[in-house]
Ligand binder design. Structure first.
Ligand code: NDP
Length: 506
């Protein structure tokens, strides 16, 4: 036998190489001899059904899209690291916070909420701020926003709320009436609405906005103590925002302003950074705070729970393939690691279920094994079957005889030392009215009073602009909420409504 590699009978080339370049192949690896001309009966056609090469190309093109995310469809992402600068080990045993100087690789994905995959970047909307930390003890996903609060505090309202942000089923247009109808009927939204309509409602790009875990999570330490925790990421680039007029101009020039800015900055070596902080609340304080600390429409005042510095997030690498690494990125609040836990926050609890469920639908059963989602630490589980089981069966860590647990024949075992302390709960199961005892106006009022003259003016003008076409009875109802947050807030919005020609009666 000759040791020369066999030559391909079709191209005459050595398999895998043609003229010094890799040979084009089918998905089955067969060399492609002609990628320009279909197989036809004569030069004028028709085509032959047996042109498997043409059929494969068209069939793949037909399947190139996966369902876009129902929310947060339009996104921009990059890779980087979290470097710990301060010791927080007294609060958490989480491996990524183990030592000052420790660096953990991460993926960040930023997004708008309502717009579809092709929507313009510079729209007034909340931004997603999702981080996947590839820790030594599994992936920790912090799936937050650029705002510390959200529009609702009960997840039962989430699908209805999102419907009001999306297109009307008949007109297929976004509906200001639906948005303001829902908000005015849900006063718990006022805090988030105030942020959305403020200057920070249109960040100039993800580099110039803060990120927040938004929910209350928990830390637990080696002694089994639990602390409630909120996560904050403050931009080191400073806040930069767009007015409605500036955003319209940007969108007129490019719909991809965020992608251009984030991708361009990283390509130029200008790596964006955020300082990571936590607010920590001792477990027992949760029964004493005047507000429900698990209410997603509330912040914890900094004066009560000051920011504790933790580290620095830096993004230094653009994805090599957008679809593979950003469109297929699957973040889920269910991904916590030992030392980090959840809390009674109702919206968080619904997301713990809902995000992983969405990924199983969008990406498939084994979405966690896709390269961008796969942990960088060893993975040992028995969920091995199902559609697209592409994990390597020859991986020495995978022993085919260990396919259940407990087992007398070796294989992975549970680790009781990593047991999370119990969540202390009280009360009976019921559908409690989420409005009972809740103040929906104090914190939006406090935020309004933080704004300077210019910020207040722009806030009122943005609200008035977004109310064009909304029936007066809905505007009236919402004015009542502004009044209760701060009478001046209500007065200013009325002034702006008159200027914008929006009708109201109160
Ligand atoms: P502080 O005065 O201690 O902090 C004010 C906070 O408001 C800062 O975090 C600041 O962020 C942020 N902020 C400033 N302008 C805006 C804006 N347009 N949109 C959103 N956030 C903004 O206040 P308190 O902690 O006592 O809270 C007062 C109000 O501040 C709250 O009702 C809440 O609306 C808002 N806030 C509070 C946060 C918290 O976790 N306590 C977090 C974010 C907002 P930055 O430092 O980046 O400028």
């Amino acid at each position: 036998m000759s040791d020369m590699p066999a030559r391909c009978p079709v191209t005459g080339a050595t398999p895998g190489v043609t003229g010094g370049r890799p040979t084009l192949t089918t998905t089955a690896g067969a060399p492609v001899a002609d990628n320009q001309n279909s197989l036809s009966a004569g030069p004028r056609g028709p085509l032959l059904l047996q042109d498997w090469q043409l059929i494969e190309k068209l069939a793949h093109q037909n399947r190139e899209r996966i369902p876009e995310r129902v929310v947060h469809a339009k996104g921009w992402g990059a890779f980087g690291t979290l470097t710990v600068t301060h010791d927080i080990t007294r609060y958490t045993r989480a491996a990524l916070f183990g030592a000052v100087g420790q660096a953990t690789p991460l993926l960040a994905r930023f997004s708008t909420v309502a717009g579809e995959l092709g929507a313009a970047d510079a729209e007034r909307d909340v931004r997603g701020f999702a981080l996947k930390f590839y820790t030594d003890e599994g992936n920790w996903d912090l799936v937050g926003n650029n705002t510390p609060v959200f529009f609702i505090r009960d997840p039962l309202k989430f699908p209805d709320f999102i419907r009001t942000q999306k297109r009307h089923p008949r007109t297929h247009l976004r509906s200001a009436t639906a948005a303001w109808d829902f908000w005015s009927l849900s006063p718990e939204s006022l805090h988030q609405v105030t942020i959305l309509m403020s200057d920070r409602g249109i960040p100039a790009s993800p580099r110039f906005m803060n990120g927040y875990g938004s929910h209350t999570y928990s830390f637990w330490n080696d002694a089994g103590e639990r602390f409630w925790v909120k996560f904050h990421f403050k931009t080191q680039q400073g806040h930069r925002t767009l007015t409605n007029a500036e955003a319209a101009e940007v969108i007129g020039q490019t719909r991809e302003s965020y992608q251009e800015d984030l991708h361009g900055a990283i390509e130029r070596g200008e790596f964006p950074r955020w300082t990571m902080y936590v607010q920590v609340m001792p477990e027992a304080d949760a029964d004493r705070t005047p507000y429900n600390p698990f209410d997603l429409t509330k912040v914890w005042p900094h004066a009560d729970y000051p920011l504790i510095e933790v580290g620095v997030v830096e993004l230094d690498r653009n994805p090599r393939h957008y679809f593979a690494e950003i469109e297929q990125a699957a973040f889920s609040p269910s991904n916590v690691v030992p030392g980090i836990g959840h809390s009674p926050d109702k919206v968080l609890q619904a997301r713990v279920f809902s995000y992983a469920d969405a990924h199983r639908y969008r990406l498939g059963t084994h979405y966690e094994a896709l390269p961008v989602n796969a942990p960088k630490c060893p993975v040992h589980h028995h969920h091995a079957d199902g559609a697209m089981r592409f994990m390597d069966p020859n991986d020495p860590a995978v022993e085919p005889d260990h396919y259940y647990e407990p087992s007398s024949f070796g294989g992975p075992v549970q680790a009781p030392a990593l047991r999370e302390p119990p969540l202390r709960l009280q009360g009976s199961a019921d559908r409690f009215d989420h409005r009972d005892g809740n103040d929906d106006y104090g914190q939006p009022g406090a935020l309004y009073r933080l704004f300077d003259e210019g910020q207040r003016r722009r806030l009122a003008a943005n609200i008035a602009a977004s109310m064009r076409g909304v029936p007066a009875f809905i505007v009236d109802r919402q004015l009542g909420h502004f009044d209760r947050a701060d009478p001046e807030y209500g007065r200013r919005v009325r002034g702006a409504l008159i200027e914008a020609g929006v009708a109201f009666t109160v």
